[in-house]
Ligand binder design. Structure first.
Ligand code: 3HC
Length: 311
């Protein structure tokens, strides 16, 4: 019953153990996980578009092969995560519907355009860097299927981050025009990457509960701070500057002082009014509709196989 279920659930959380799909869990815990995991899956799938934009224009065969592999990894991450969400009782179809109807959230970061090749570097370095900071602690999330999916995803993300860093490093060792292109791209992606961690702690409605349930292990602001701490020496190694004149280490408080994030921009994007929101959803909807015949054929085939097995 619910009472003994709740007690068993509380004991698992207190012991830092894992909840598995068949275990009793509070309905709100289930809902929170479906929300977070499906948003995460959508982010991976929508996240294929900004980089997909450069596959046909990568500057060499080697760069093209790497970019193709990376975008394919993201599709794989999306599939693991949809599968993890399905263990909680939602179907892939429902999740896809929510996404293409514009009802589901996905990471704000994928609503910005990618006009230059340097954006492939900045996305790898900053966007995948932020993703790693946020996702390494999720490998210890209390829900088993999510935590296990995150382990593999994080390994691939760290490869992605290095390939982005290496693109920027190559550009920074190139001509003046290439260095300018790298810096201009970092200037555009820095603030949106900081927004990936979500609203400030005092405006994050889900944090306290998700932390008590050990889904989240650190707050949005804690992870944002950790990310900036990671970037500072890497920016120095690259020779790029981070576009925040007030950024400096505050030894007394043991944190970085930084300028205020433009939260209006963040909320506009979450409301669907970012520069690329409409394009991203339209592309996803077209892909889903164009793929209908594949799904129909797969269902027809499965039905025929089942009939054969019955005979
Ligand atoms: N973009 C879009 N929505 C965001 C957001 C962002 N950057 N940050 C927060 N939000 C949304 C939340 O989803 C929540 O919406 P909801 O209540 O309607 O579902 C609302 O804003 C309030 O934020 P909270 O801080 O209360 O929400 P959470 O406790 O869920 O924390 C989070 C937000 C830190 C993003 C958390 O959900 C999380 O860690 N998610 C898993 C990681 C993830 O989704 N990453 C996607 C990044 S990109 C990626 O992984 C692809 C890779 O290839 C780069």
């Amino acid at each position: 019953d619910d009472e003994s279920g709740q007690a068993a659930f509380d004991a698992v959380i207190a012991a830092d153990s894992r909840i598995e799909p068949r275990d009793w869990m509070p309905e709100d815990y289930r809902r929170t996980l479906i929300r977070q995991i499906s948003q995460h899956a959508h982010s991976e799938i929508i996240g294929m578009q900004p980089e997909g934009n450069w596959i046909t224009r990568a500057p060499s065969l080697k760069r093209k092969a790497i970019l193709l592999a990376k975008v394919q990894d993201e599709a794989g991450h999306g599939l693991y995560l949809y599968s993890a969400a399905q263990t909680l009782g939602i179907t892939r179809d429902e999740m896809t519907r929510q996404l293409i109807d514009g009802k589901a959230k996905y990471s704000s970061i994928f609503n910005y355009p990618t006009p230059t090749w340097a954006d492939m570097g900045a996305i790898g370095w900053l966007v995948d860097g932020a993703a790693i900071c946020n996702q390494v602690p999720l490998c210890r999330a209390s829900y088993g299927p999510y935590a296990r999916a995150m382990v593999r995803i994080c390994k691939e993300e760290s490869f992605h981050q290095r390939q982005g860093f290496e693109i920027l490093l190559t550009l920074m060792q190139g001509t003046d025009a290439q260095r300018e292109m790298a810096q201009e791209s970092v200037d555009r992606w820095y603030w949106p990457a900081l927004m990936m961690f979500g609203p400030p702690d005092d405006e994050s409605p889900n944090s306290a509960r998700s932390m008590a349930w050990k889904i989240k292990r650190f707050s949005n602001d804690e992870l944002r701070q950790r990310f900036v701490g990671m970037l500072v020496p890497q920016a120095e190694a690259l020779g790029v500057s981070l576009p925040d004149p007030t950024l400096r280490w505050n030894a007394q408080e043991e944190r970085y002082d930084m300028s205020e994030i433009d939260w209006t921009e963040f909320h506009e994007i979450l409301a669907g009014r970012g520069p690329m929101n409409a394009v991203r959803i339209q592309n996803r909807r077209n892909a889903h509709e164009d793929g209908a015949w594949v799904r129909e054929a797969a269902v027809a085939y499965a039905r025929r196989q089942a009939l054969k097995a019955e005979r």
